[in-house]
Design a protein around this ligand. Structure first.
Ligand code: IPM
Ligand code: MG
Length: 357
């Protein structure tokens, strides 16, 4: 029996509740398919600041380097959101772990379950069949560029900066993925204004010559934001930078019905980190009402990408689909117009899916 080591980093807010469900799903897969998953836990974010003073303790990094894959929850705390003067912040933990582990490619698949077409604010006939794979660059851009204050603190700046190799390595992954899908790649930038975007576009065009079978389209980010809602089916693989990708994938989550549905994989050259795209959602934390499906679907991505267990990954996704087909919903994806719907809490939803694997 093969052993897979998984580091669970629940983080803050609803992170604990949802990763508990993701973890249980992995345990179930272990039982059903005859694998052994061994789990460790580590701290990050506000939870880590409280316990150690640091949003990313060294111990967490050491554990992360020693594991086969990471199941991540969320980071953030309202006290910090409302007090910009605090210099140690929960989010720094997440940004730092991405950087330290070299997780430069964030894959965010957007594919609505047919059962949830009515849960989206977008018309079902516009959505049906949409299947988008975002490649969001994750360790560069304005997130990591030089920042500061000058003129006595009255002027603030953040620098959007990209190096050729940073664009090239993620673009390559996106081209490869497009090859195994519908062979269309949409690169999103703001090259009509930004120099970093002009470099981005140059690199993508250079690389495109090596992928003549992939159709490349360039969109400005404002146009992309509009087209995602107007015609989500026109996208296949979307390649974009860190900030644009952060914003566009929250927008695109509505194609899948809810932020609570979207899983992601953060990849580099070593260990993969699997995280919902949603945040810590303190307004609903500890109430057992959060949607655990993003964490469960993140576990499915882990099985597929880090462990090469595609049938197991599909069994998890199918268990989610079946649970939805049977009418079970969490509050965020409930739709009063759908007859026969049963609204479940976090743990109960996790249990339904687990039983169906
Ligand atoms: C995400 C989140 C993070 C980001 C925050 C929590 C720092 O919004 O993963 O999308 O901006 O990358
Ligand atoms: Mg985000």
């Amino acid at each position: 029996m093969k052993t897979y080591r998984v580091l669970v980093i629940p983080g803050d807010g609803i992170g604990k509740e949802v990763t508990a469900c993701g973890k249980r799903v992995l345990e179930r897969v272990g039982e059903k398919f005859g694998h052994r998953f061994v789990f460790e836990e580590a701290l990050i974010g506000h939870a880590a600041i409280e316990a150690t003073g640091s949003p990313l303790p060294d111990e967490t990094i050491e554990k992360a380097r020693a594991t086969d894959a990471i199941l991540f929850g969320a980071v953030g705390h309202p006290d910090y959101d409302n007090d910009p003067s605090l210099s140690v912040r929960p989010e720094q933990g997440l940004l730092k772990i991405r950087k330290e582990l070299g997780l430069f490619a964030n894959l965010r698949p957007i594919k609505p379950f047919d059962e949830l077409l009515d849960a989206s604010p977008i018309k079902p006939e516009v959505l049906k069949g949409a299947d988008i794979l975002f490649f969001r660059e994750l360790t560069g851009d304005v997130y990591f560029g030089e920042r500061g204050r000058r003129e006595g603190g009255n002027v603030a700046y953040d620098t959007m900066v990209y190096a050729r190799y940073e664009v090239e390595r993620i673009a390559r992954k996106a081209f490869e993925a497009a090859r195994s899908r519908r062979r269309k790649l949409t690169s999103v930038d703001k090259a009509n204004v930004l120099e970093s975007s002009r470099l981005w576009r140059e690199v993508v065009n250079d690389l495109a010559r090596q992928y003549p079978d992939v159709t490349v389209e360039h969109l400005f980010v404002d146009t992309a934001a509009m087209k995602l809602i107007k015609d989500p089916r026109s996208f296949d693989v979307v390649l974009t930078g860190n900030l644009f990708g952060d914003i566009l994938t929250d927008e695109a989550s509505q194609i899948a019905g809810s932020m609570g549905m979207l899983a992601s994989a953060s990849l580099g050259d070593t260990v993969g980190l699997y995280e919902p795209i949603h945040g810590s959602a303190h307004d609903i934390a500890g109430k057992d009402v959060a949607n655990p499906l993003a964490s469960i679907l993140s576990a499915s991505l882990m099985l597929d990408i880090s462990f090469g267990l595609k049938p197991e990954a599909d069994a998890v996704t199918e268990a989610v689909a079946q649970t939805l087909r049977e009418g079970f919903r969490t509050a965020d994806i409930a739709d009063a117009r759908t007859p026969g719907e049963k609204v479940l809490n976090t743990e109960a939803m996790g249990k339904k899916v687990t039983e169906r694997i």
